[in-house]
Write a protein that binds this ligand. Structure first.
Ligand code: URA
Ligand code: SF4
Length: 212
């Protein structure tokens, strides 16, 4: 049986793509196997490569604050990346590197089976929202493959561009609501009404939380 420790051990020893020779530490990701929320970033930066842990530099600090503002401890969510090794000089991960690394992320998603996936930045967004613009769809919940996926700005982007800070903070503040909505949908119908006869519900008052 596969488990997260096996995935992590394989990642740490992986030489499947050109990022292997220049990394100090591969960064498999971390968090509990039963996490309801999974966050997927781009790839390790300098600090992550040094420590072998995801989001431990300035954008990690900001991410921890964003989670706290939504009432989540960092330790209760699973944090991963599209590529597990640092691209040299923090360049963008290349398509061949993303596809070489994809099976690790797929296994993590299958094992954790989160209720919500939050994509941080355009590389993880591209997988569930191809050809979409982050400015148009950030914060919106998409129901796909039996779970909810929400695209959000990358915390590092918001640190560099103050105009993105408020939308990112607002998207995180709606996370509880999105999760409650996902749990409601996953639960057996509470009333005598047959399931699946009602249109997709919008959460009370949250305009931007339209499910599509
Ligand atoms: N940025 C990312 O996308 N991932 C990390 O782990 C750290 C910074
Ligand atoms: Fe292996 Fe992924 Fe690291 Fe490439 S980025 S060497 S595929 S773990």
């Amino acid at each position: 049986m596969d488990d997260l420790k096996i995935v992590a051990a394989e990642v740490r020893a992986c030489k499947l793509c050109g990022l292997a020779p220049t990394r100090k530490n591969a960064v498999p990701g971390e968090g509990p196997e039963n996490a309801e929320v999974m966050l997927i970033g781009e790839g390790p930066g300098f600090n992550e490569d040094q420590q072998g842990r995801p989001f431990v530099g300035p954008s990690g600090q900001f991410l921890t604050e964003l989670l706290a503002s939504a009432g989540f401890k960092r330790s209760e969510v699973f944090i991963a990346n599209v590529v597990k090794c640092r691209p040299p000089s923090n360049r963008d991960p290349q398509p061949d590197e993303i596809s070489a690394c994809r099976a690790y992320l797929d296994r993590q998603i299958a094992l954790i089976n989160p209720k919500i996936i939050i994509t941080l930045g355009r590389f993880s967004m591209a997988r569930w929202f191809p050809n979409e613009r982050i400015s148009a769809i950030h914060g919106r919940a998409k129901n796909t493959e039996g779970r909810i996926v929400v695209a959000m700005y990358h915390p590092a982007a918001a640190l560099h561009n103050p105009a993105l800070r408020q939308p990112l903070e607002e998207d995180f503040k709606r996370l509880r609501e999105i999760l409650a909505d996902a749990q409601k949908k996953a639960a057996p119908p509470a009333s005598k009404k047959p399931a699946n006869t009602e249109p997709e519900e919008k959460s009370g008052g949250a305009e931007q939380l339209s499910l599509f």
